[in-house]
Design a protein around this ligand. Structure first.
Ligand SMILES: *[C@@H]1O[C@H](CO)[C@@H](O)[C@H](O)[C@H]1NC(C)=O
Ligand SMILES: *[C@@H]1O[C@H](CO)[C@@H](O)[C@H](O)[C@H]1NC(C)=O
Ligand SMILES: *[C@@H]1O[C@H](CO)[C@@H](O)[C@H](O)[C@H]1NC(C)=O
Length: 638
């Protein structure tokens, strides 16, 4: 496979030479033909400075308002959303390290400024370290497989930050110092570059433990492969668990630093901490991780999980041949993934992206990058954005203040949106989704490095970067919408679209909808309310229905609660998710728009409905700003 790709690339390179001047980027492109020659709009310097300020502010508000130092966590988060928020902090630290500390220090004044910046990085890093202990690893061990895989990605991301930050601070070989003081310092630091390195072994350990726990979800007896979502429910093979398995596995292959502790729980080194600890038992670059990622990718891409928009539907049930104990009978159709849940969520279009870029780095095969760019372009189109005109499809300036642009598949008006956003009914799960999309998009579009198995790597890097730059206008549009949802305290809202449409209020939404009017709701969330099509179940927002498709019959499941409107609903929803005892909401769309709004103190702001602003929505704001900051910085280098 690798050899074949080399040949294709060499052929491409040869055409470039024959073609004459400057053909390298037009020969290989990840863009549709009408976009290849278009110049993306670059941001001006003041805009970029403001972006840095806004990103820092989003991080500061997230940590000041939601992180609790003595608890070592964001207490209002649930286990999996906290793992994602930790991943956002690690990502932001990487951006800060690169963005704030990259220039060399020469004068005293700059030195002070540098120390201040390093102090800032260390502040947030210390909170990440606290979260290592604040994370409820014992509880997570018994949750669904996707919950475990967020943990893997989080600590791998944190270990990667430590490595890159250490390198940027101590790039030159800081070999043993000349004087004795320096020697003592080296000894205390264990000859490591940055002090944060002492956390790499425990972080790596937790990533490995959780990868191993989660990989038990890989199953070949049903549907010819794929990860199972939750061992306590009827078998459901969904996009998210499989995308996470791919992303986490390829990340383990590329970035896991090795582990020497055999403890199944906390890091328990076989002696005092030592930077050169043996990593033989669980070495880095273990081919088993690559194999897992490849198996997962092959299964997912052949699973028929994408819909007519080219977006991933949520997952597959198995309608035939399942006995009570989940083993399948001898029926020929038995054990087939045949019943697709058509629900579309943003995060299902995101996590795969970091898997695809990792698979490219590991194999040098271009099709992973092609598929990733295609997915991004499908997402952008489904938000109602025209990449060629670099503007929303609908003319937003002509909308009346009380009008919404039409639903386009995964958003409206060029902005990413969950189906639950318009009614303000997003669960704690859904509140985390857009930030996840942005995080993995940022990973995908980061400058490609280290893909040494590709002969003409410079051509690929340039084509990849050029394609990513074409997304900048859309990304800016989304970031501006998100910024528009901030309240007086700087807290981001969940429904970014509302930040774009000035003058939109909960009252005007209710007026638009009228009694029992569902037209504002995306089609996916309508059948549910009307007891319509069975193939769309928004279980992430309304819970898992108590029916044989989801719950193993005969299992001890109490009757579903149809109310579930009380304050503790979200905690209940989460706690019950593992056992599948979830309430399901049968209210009509319009009454849903209204009922959530009435309870909130400030009726004017649609982002005050439902759960309102949370650490999860703050993570989303941080992630979209960081994505824009990273891509804007790249624009300078082109
Ligand atoms: C640090 O480096 C010195 C000199 O190379 C070496 O003697 C010492 O053992 C190293 N210390 C550790 C903890 O590895
Ligand atoms: C793919 O899934 C769709 C939607 O469930 C279904 O209509 C179609 O028949 C499936 N195609 C194949 C080849 O299984
Ligand atoms: C529902 O709302 C839409 C959008 O405001 C409006 O065009 C339509 O007439 C309403 N339908 C009913 C039955 O009220």
């Amino acid at each position: 496979m690798l050899i074949e790709n080399w040949k294709i690339l060499l052929a491409l390179a040869a055409t470039a030479v024959v073609g004459g001047t400057d053909t390298s980027s037009s020969t290989l492109s990840f863009l549709p033909s009408n976009l290849q020659a278009r110049k993306p709009k670059a941001a001006t310097a003041p805009v970029k400075d403001q972006l840095l300020i806004d990103t820092l502010e989003a991080l500061r508000v997230m940590q000041d308002k939601y992180f609790q130092v003595n608890a070592g966590t964001w207490p209002s988060a649930i286990d999996w959303t906290a793992a994602v928020v930790g991943t956002h902090v690690a990502g932001a630290l990487g951006s800060l390290s690169k963005g704030l500390l990259e220039s060399p220090v020469t004068t005293t004044c700059e030195r002070e400024d540098f120390l201040l910046r390093e102090n800032l990085v260390t502040l947030y890093f210390s909170q990440l370290v606290a979260f290592y202990f604040g994370q409820d690893a014992f509880s997570l061990r018994n949750q669904a497989y996707d919950d475990m895989l967020w943990v893997v990605l989080g600590w791998l991301g944190s270990a990667q930050f430590i490595e890159s930050h250490g390198k940027s601070l101590f790039d030159s070989d800081s070999a043993a110092g000349a004087d004795t003081v320096r020697q003592d310092i080296d000894l205390a630091l264990g000859n490591q570059s940055w002090h944060g390195s002492i956390w790499t072994p425990p972080f790596a350990h937790r990533a490995r433990i959780f990868w191993e726990l989660a990989s038990k979800g890989w199953d070949t007896t049903l549907c010819g492969g794929g990860m199972i979502w939750n061992p306590r429910l009827a078998p459901y093979k969904n996009a998210i668990t499989n995308e996470l398995y791919i992303a986490a596995s390829i990340n383990m292959y590329l970035n896991f630093p090795g582990d020497s502790s055999s403890s199944p729980f906390m890091y328990d080194p076989p002696g005092a901490w030592s930077p050169s600890a043996e990593t033989d038992e669980w070495p880095p670059r273990d081919p088993k991780y690559l194999k897992a990622a490849l198996d997962g990718y092959k299964w997912l891409m052949n699973s028929n999980m994408t819909n007519s928009f080219g977006l991933f539907a949520d997952g597959f049930h198995i309608s035939k041949g399942l006995a009570r104990d989940n083993s399948h009978a001898t029926d020929i159709a038995a054990g087939k993934c045949d019943q697709r849940d058509e629900m579309v969520y943003t995060y299902n279009q995101g996590v795969l992206l970091s898997g695809q870029v990792g698979l490219f780095k590991a194999t040098g095969e271009l099709h992973y990058l092609h598929a990733g760019h295609q997915l991004i372009q499908n997402v952008i189109r489904a938000t109602g954005y025209d990449l060629y005109r670099d503007a929303p499809i609908d003319d937003l300036a002509r909308l009346n203040p009380w009008e919404l642009p039409p639903w386009s598949g995964l958003g409206r008006g060029g902005v990413l949106e969950e189906a639950c956003d318009v009614s303000g009914e997003c669960s704690q799960d859904a509140q985390t989704f857009k930030g996840i999309w942005m995080h993995h998009f940022t990973e995908f579009c980061a400058p490609l490095g280290g893909a040494t198995s590709t002969p003409d790597v410079e051509t690929v890097k340039a084509a990849h970067a050029a394609a990513c730059q074409q997304y900048l206008g859309w990304l800016r549009h989304n970031a501006m919408a998100a910024l528009g949802t901030r309240d007086d305290e700087g807290k981001f809202g969940m429904w970014w679209t509302a930040g774009l449409l000035n003058g939109l209020t909960t009252a005007s939404l209710m007026q638009m909808a009228g009694p029992h009017n569902d037209t504002l709701l995306p089609p996916q969330s309508r059948p549910h309310a009307k007891g319509g099509a069975r193939d769309v179940v928004d279980y992430r927002n309304y819970g898992v229905p108590n029916d044989p498709m989801w719950i193993v019959q005969g299992a001890n499941v109490p009757a579903a609660d149809s109310e579930g409107e009380d304050e503790d609903e979200d905690e209940e929803t989460f706690n019950n998710r593992a056992t599948g005892q979830l309430p399901i909401d049968h209210q009509g769309g319009a009454s849903r728009l209204r009922s959530r709004g009435e309870n909130s103190a400030n009726l004017a702001d649609p982002n005050n409905r439902g759960r309102g602003r949370t650490v999860e929505t703050q993570g989303g704001g941080l992630a979209v700003l960081r994505a824009l900051w990273e891509l804007s910085k790249q624009a300078d280098g082109l």
